[in-house]
Design a protein around this ligand. Structure first.
Ligand code: AMP
Length: 212
């Protein structure tokens, strides 16, 4: 099964992916994690992508496709949550092509709809584990021990692009490039919209009901 999670930055895509992985046999493909790994490993694509990520802008499609192709060579999953990919209509075509080559298709597209004021609160409280990338929120989803990852025991860190200046750019990028996908999928009757202003556990229950 291929499930796309669509939504603004901090709409809950990462959190819902984590909850789904714990419950069902899903692999989580986070395009943001793949981009960050490429940057950290200083791959050719990563070196070119760095400035876009640092500015809060979307990385060009040509780099995204080469990163995802390399990633998929060594990750042959069947049940996938696609988090942060596709982020525009051209990338949607890329994903359909990738899946068609594997005799697969997109089964569900879930749009996590969230109000802008909540985005700021979520992003500014977000902390991640540098080892396992698990995402916490100091207010909504704190770790058991303050500032320490429940799984790895590592000290949690802020993402470099989780600051007020960059949130504004990322929201602008989302509205200009990713939001048109919502209408695009809606027109094709492919989209299920879920109110992601609610507590993450309630959002998760709604997703599970849909996938039953
Ligand atoms: P995320 O972790 O999903 O918030 O993504 C972090 C950053 O990675 C974004 O702000 C972009 O710079 C880049 N990125 C992630 N996914 C994509 C994508 N599908 N297309 C272009 N850039 C992306």
């Amino acid at each position: 099964m291929n499930l796309i999670l669509l939504g603004m930055p901090a709409s809950g895509k990462g959190t819902q992916s984590q909850l789904l992985i714990n419950k069902q046999k899903f692999a989580h493909i986070s395009m943001g994690d793949i981009v960050r790994d490429n940057i950290n490993n200083q791959t050719k694509s990563g070196l070119q992508a760095k400035k876009y990520l640092q500015e809060g802008k979307l990385v060009p499609d040509s780099l995204i496709i080469s990163m995802i192709e390399v990633y998929l060579e060594t990750h042959k999953y069947k049940n996938i949550i696609w988090d942060g990919f596709p982020r525009n209509i051209a990338q949607n075509t890329m994903l359909n092509d990738i899946l068609a080559k594997r005799n697969q298709k997109v089964d569900h597209i879930i749009y996590l709809k969230v109000k802008k004021s909540l985005i700021y609160k979520r992003i500014l409280g977000r902390k991640i584990c540098p080892k396992c990338q698990y995402t916490y929120n100091t207010i909504f989803n704190p770790p058991k021990k303050a500032n320490i990852c429940d799984v790895e025991g590592s000290k949690l860190i802020f993402r470099k692009d989780d600051n007020l200046k960059m949130i504004k750019v990322r929201i602008k990028e989302y509205n200009a490039k990713t939001k048109p996908l919502v209408k695009y999928y809606q027109k094709q009757n492919l989209l299920t919209s879920i109110n992601s202003n609610q507590d993450s556990k309630i959002v998760f229950q709604e997703i599970c009901r849909l996938l039953k």
